[in-house]
Ligand binder design. Structure first.
Ligand code: EPZ
Length: 401
């Protein structure tokens, strides 16, 4: 497995909390990571990307405090510089993220939390202006469980005066990983991985060296590829404890999934069974695996009901899967997937990171050739997925348009 995109992005942003050179290893070579690198460079940081998989961020000379629209519109996670800049430099100007293919994604919880910590928040010309001489500790109760909201406020609170309590916080492994990194930098954070996180602010943090955890969504995607192709695949460098909900659903679909040495092995079985899924915040079934499971269930022996409770409109992969012959009815945020005997290859279009992974997975078992366009979406979140699949026997190649 490669390093986790959704851990690497907040970790890179956290470098802004300290002055000096941070060194990160196992950083995946992804479009979104490059965007975060460009954003940090735009703020004045010096970025190094050698050797492959290592990224250095030197924040000795931060000269800008603005995350511009042209970068934020390509990657919402750019909002993760808001907390660190406001906490360390007393102000930040960050473009409000616009619309997104997977649905409404406001940042009201991020702003509510910063305001509770004493920041003055103004929205002006599509930008958030946040100002605070020094943030102060506060008790913040999230109205919805938000991953980057928890991460942004955890980073802000690390340099605030006094204690902050984050209640109804996200419990994702990437949040826990960020807390590990911040504590290594000198922060005082307890309870990450639970829904109550407590942070005692400190006056200063220092740069560190850190190796990023493996990507559980990449692992889940490859487990699904092994199951749908009736294959036999061993995943290395992954953390099984991050995959429980995904493994449980693959087993329910009839695949054999078990620990094997330091990895996880999946063996697909002849008949895939229908499986009902409702996405939830961690440790529930991740929304970032919903599209891939719709692809699996589209060739299962029966009907599956798949509901996305996190992103109600996250079904742009459905019309494309229908082009491959899938039988899927959509009712609000639920897909009723009736399994068909065989999918057929056809030209299809990627619309977001996980939708593109679902199209690749369906194409692996579709009769004939499938051509997927706009794969820059795939490259935003997967490191050389086609090479990893080709090494497992897939007949897949990247072709120029
Ligand atoms: C993170 O996005 C991930 N991105 C997403 O992965 C993932 O889908 C999502 O968490 C949910 O697991 C990164 O970590 C970089 P949220 P995030 O805030 O933090 C609502 C991928 O494919 N909400 O947890 O932006 C929101 O609309 C990406 O790798 C508010 O209402 O998601 C959503 O319905 C896609 N107000 C829900 O909460 C807020 O202020 C969860 O969103 C914040 C969120």
């Amino acid at each position: 497995m490669s390093g986790a995109k959704n851990a690497a992005l907040p970790i890179l942003a956290s470098s802004l909390l300290a002055e000096g050179k941070s060194i990160y290893r196992n950083v995946p070579a992804l479009g979104d990571v490059r965007t975060m690198g460009r954003l940090l460079a735009r703020l004045g940081a010096e970025i190094g990307e050698k050797p492959a998989g290592t990224m250095t961020v030197d924040t000795a000379r931060i000269t800008e405090l603005e995350a511009p629209y042209e970068l934020v519109k390509t990657m919402r996670a750019s909002v993760l510089v808001l907390g660190p800049l406001c906490a360390r430099h007393g102000r930040a100007r960050v473009s409000l993220p616009g619309g997104c293919a997977i649905g409404a994604r406001p940042i009201d919880q991020h702003l509510k939390g910063l305001a509770a910590m004493g920041a003055r928040i103004e929205l002006e010309h599509g930008y958030v202006n946040a100002r605070a001489r020094r943030l102060r500790g506060a008790t913040i109760v999230f109205d919805v469980v938000t991953v980057t909201g928890t991460e942004n406020l955890m980073m802000a609170a690390a340099l605030a005066k006094g204690r902050t309590a984050l209640e109804n916080a996200a419990r994702e492994p990437e949040v826990e990983e960020l807390a590990r990194v911040l504590n290594k930098m000198g922060a005082k954070i307890r309870g990450a991985g639970t829904s109550l996180i407590t942070i005692d602010g400190v006056d200063e943090l220092h740069p560190i060296e850190h190796s990023v955890i493996p990507d559980r969504i990449e692992a889940g995607t490859l487990l699904v590829a092994g199951a749908i192709t009736r294959g036999n695949v061993l995943l290395r460098d992954c953390l099984p404890e991050h995959l429980d909900a995904i493994i449980a659903k693959l087993r329910a679909a009839g695949a054999e999934v078990a620990a094997d040495g330091d990895g996880i092995r999946v063996r697909g079985k002849a008949d895939l069974k229908p499986t009902d899924i409702s996405t939830q915040p961690f440790p529930g079934f991740p929304t970032d695996m919903q599209a891939q499971m719709v692809a699996v269930c589209s060739v299962a022996d029966g009907a599956s009901v798949i509901t996305d409770t996190i992103y109600l409109d996250r079904f742009t992969h459905v019309p494309e899967l229908r082009r491959l012959g899938a039988d899927i009815q959509l009712e609000r945020n639920t897909a009723i997937v009736k399994g068909v005997d065989r999918l057929q290859g056809a030209p299809v279009m990627a619309t977001d990171i996980r939708a593109s992974a679902a199209l690749v997975i369906a194409a692996l078992v579709a009769e004939g050739e499938t051509c997927i366009s706009r794969i820059y979406h795939l490259d935003r979140g997967y490191e050389h997925l086609e090479q990893k699949l080709a090494a497992l026997g897939a007949r897949i190649e990247r072709t120029s348009p």
